[in-house]
Design a protein around this ligand. Structure first.
Ligand code: HPA
Length: 268
């Protein structure tokens, strides 16, 4: 049995057999979604075999299983990032654990910088594609032909449509665009931002892309939303900082929370 099947068994033993409709990964400063989960059972990553321990402030490592607007969900707070250890497969065990539980949808969130002036801090953006600018792949070393996965429609069009209809019903503007993955932890240079903008990126960030690849490999459908916390390097007067990321994502957290809660409800 793979380590993720062991972790799935621990989760089932603690949280019961009722299947969550979605796994949700919370980005920097977006942990408040957990407050809306009813009858939560929280399991620290440290109790789950193979789970990574995050070293990022604002990311407590735990998985919470409970009910969000009538929908059973598994919330992951405290994702691991490539920049912590240079390991693109840092989230392989958590993602495969959710798949092993039988969860078919993975909803990812992140804080990101925007290359589009009209999409400033506080904006929400549904990912419709990504650019793996880091060029690292979490499936490197995976030992069989299943590693050759198709990445067209990686961000599921039906789930994206659901996100848009939920946003519309809530009166929330939801942009759509391409997310470019940079390794971090240093922010990008202005020249890198000019380059990636020409290449078609609307937002830049340090996560999500490895998880999307892992989830597609595990057969899950993916939805992802960026909370824009800043204009990208060279586009704003304020120096980029993780403090700004946390501050601005906290400001947008309420709209983000309603969007993801409504999305979970729509899946139930
Ligand atoms: N770049 C990379 N990651 C980020 C940014 C950014 O500008 N803002 C929040 N996360």
């Amino acid at each position: 049995m793979a380590v993720w099947d062991d972790a799935a068994k621990v989760l089932k033993d603690k949280a019961g057999a009722e299947m969550p409709v979605a796994g949700i990964v919370l980005g920097s400063g977006l942990g408040t979604l957990a407050e809306d989960v009813v009858d939560p059972i929280t399991i620290p990553f440290s109790d789950l075999p193979g789970f990574p321990v995050s070293t990022v402030s604002g990311h407590a490592g735990s998985i919470m299983i409970g009910t969000l607007r009538g929908a059973r969900v598994a919330l992951l707070a405290g994702r691991s990032h490539y920049y912590e250890r240079g390991d693109a497969s840092a989230m392989a065990v958590p993602v495969r654990t959710l798949a092993s539980l039988g969860i078919e949808v993975l909803a990812l969130s992140n804080a990101a910088g925007s290359t589009q002036r009209h999409m400033g801090p506080g904006s929400l953006m549904a990912l419709n594609d990504h650019i793996n600018f880091r060029g690292q792949d979490p499936l490197i070393g995976y030992p069989d032909d299943s590693r050759f996965i198709d990445m067209s429609n990686a961000y599921d069009p039906d789930l994206r449509a659901k996100l848009h209809s939920v946003a519309q019903a809530q009166g929330t503007k939801l942009n759509e665009g391409v997310y470019a993955w940079f390794s971090g932890p240093s922010f990008e240079t202005p020249a890198e931002i000019r380059a990636i903008t020409m290449l078609g990126a609307d937002a830049v960030g340090m996560s999500t892309v490895p998880e999307t690849i892992l989830a597609r490999h595990a057969g899950m459908r993916v939805a992802a939303v960026s909370v824009i916390t800043n204009l990208a390097a060279g586009m704003q007067a304020e120096a980029l900082s993780h403090d700004q990321t946390k501050r601005e994502s906290a400001k947008a957290a309420e709209r983000f929370k309603n969007l993801f809660a409504g999305f979970a409800e729509a899946l139930a």
